[in-house]
Write a protein that binds this ligand. Structure first.
Ligand SMILES: [Zn+2]
Length: 264
C-alpha cells in the first residue's frame, strides 16, 4: 500500500476514535534506538523533530506509562486500556542528549536498556562498522543521571549477545553479569530485561527461564505486536520504531491493524 494511503487511513482510524475499538484492552511497547539529526538517516535513527512528533502523538492517543508499571498491571492481571510504554535499546549517547530532554519537556516516562560493557567505551558494533559509522555510547555518569531524573533502566546484556546461540555459561554472564554491573553502577535494583536483536530466534527458552529465575520481572522481544491482558511479562512484545515508520500515523496504521509483527 502506498505511504500516503497508509497515512490517510492511520489518521482516519485515530481521528474517528476507531482506535478506541482497535486497541481496546491492549498495551503497546515501542522501542527507539537513536534520536539525532543526521544528514544520512539510517534504519535505527529518527530525527529529533520526528521523535517529538511521536511523543506528542503517544501523549494524545495513548495512556503513556512506565514499562515497570505496565509490567505490574500484567502481573496483577488488571484490565488494559491503551497503555503505551516508551523504551530505548543499547544506550546511545543521543538518548541522553536529545531524547531525554524531549521526554522531560512532555513529562513522559521511558526505559533505557543498557549494554553494560559498552557504556563509556568506543566500541563500534558490527552493524555500525559494516556501514562505516560510529555513534557514541553514554558515559556511566549519563546513565546515572537518567536514573536520578526518574527514568527506568533495564538490562540488554553485557555485549549485545545473541542469546539464541551462546553457551549456557555465556548466557549466564550476559544476563546475570550485566544485571550485577548495571546495579553496581547505578546503586539501585534493576528488574527489566530486553534481549538483543529481539526476534524469536534470538532467545533460547532456557535463557528465558534463566532471566525469570534471576529476579527480572519481564523479558522484552522486539518483533512487533501488541500486548493483551493476560500477556506473560516474560513474553512482552515491542514494536521497533525506525525509518520504516516515517510518521506516527503510519505507525498507528500498522499497529492498530495488527501489521507490526515481523517474525522472519
Ligand atoms: Zn539492541
Amino acid at each position: 500500500m502506498r505511504e500516503w494511503v497508509k497515512r490517510l487511513v492511520g489518521r482516519t482510524i485515530f481521528e474517528s476514535h476507531l482506535d478506541a475499538l482497535l486497541l481496546r484492552n491492549s498495551a503497546v511497547v515501542v522501542t527507539f534506538h537513536r534520536v539525532k539529526d543526521t544528514e544520512t538517516p539510517e534504519g535505527l535513527t529518527v530525527s529529533v523533530d520526528l521523535f517529538e512528533a511521536y511523543c506528542r502523538f503517544f501523549k494524545r492517543y495513548f495512556n503513556v506509562v512506565s514499562l515497570g508499571s505496565l509490567v505490574a498491571k500484567l502481573e496483577d492481571g488488571v484490565t488494559l486500556d491503551r497503555e503505551l510504554a516508551i523504551t530505548f535499546d543499547d544506550g546511545y549517547r543521543d538518548n541522553f542528549e536529545h531524547a531525554a530532554p524531549v521526554l522531560e519537556k512532555l513529562d513522559l516516562p521511558a526505559t533505557f536498556f543498557i549494554v553494560t560493557q559498552w557504556m563509556g567505551t568506543d566500541v563500534i558494533p558490527w552493524w555500525d562498522r559494516d556501514i562505516g559509522v560510529r555513534h557514541p555510547w553514554m558515559t556511566w555518569d549519563q546513565v546515572r543521571s537518567l536514573h536520578r531524573r526518574g527514568f527506568e533502566l533495564g538490562v540488554h546484556t553485557r555485549t549485545h549477545a545473541d542469546l539464541g546461540s551462546v553457551t549456557d555459561q555465556e548466557a549466564r554472564e550476559e544476563i546475570v553479569g550485566a544485571r550485577r554491573e548495571l546495579e553496581e553502577h547505578v546503586g539501585a535494583r534493576v528488574e527489566l530485561f530486553a534481549y538483543p536483536y529481539g526476534r524469536l530466534a534470538n532467545l533460547a527458552e532456557t535463557n528465558r527461564h534463566l532471566i525469570q529465575r534471576s529476579g527480572f520481572r519481564c523479558c522484552c522481544s522486539c518483533f512487533g505486536g501488541v500486548n493483551a491482558p493476560g500477556t506473560d511479562p516474560f513474553y512482552l512484545r515491542r514494536v521497533p520504531i525506525s525509518s520504516q515508520y516515517p510518521s506516527p500515523l503510519q505507525f498507528a496504521f500498522e499497529v492498530a491493524l495488527g501489521r507490526s509483527v515481523q517474525l522472519a
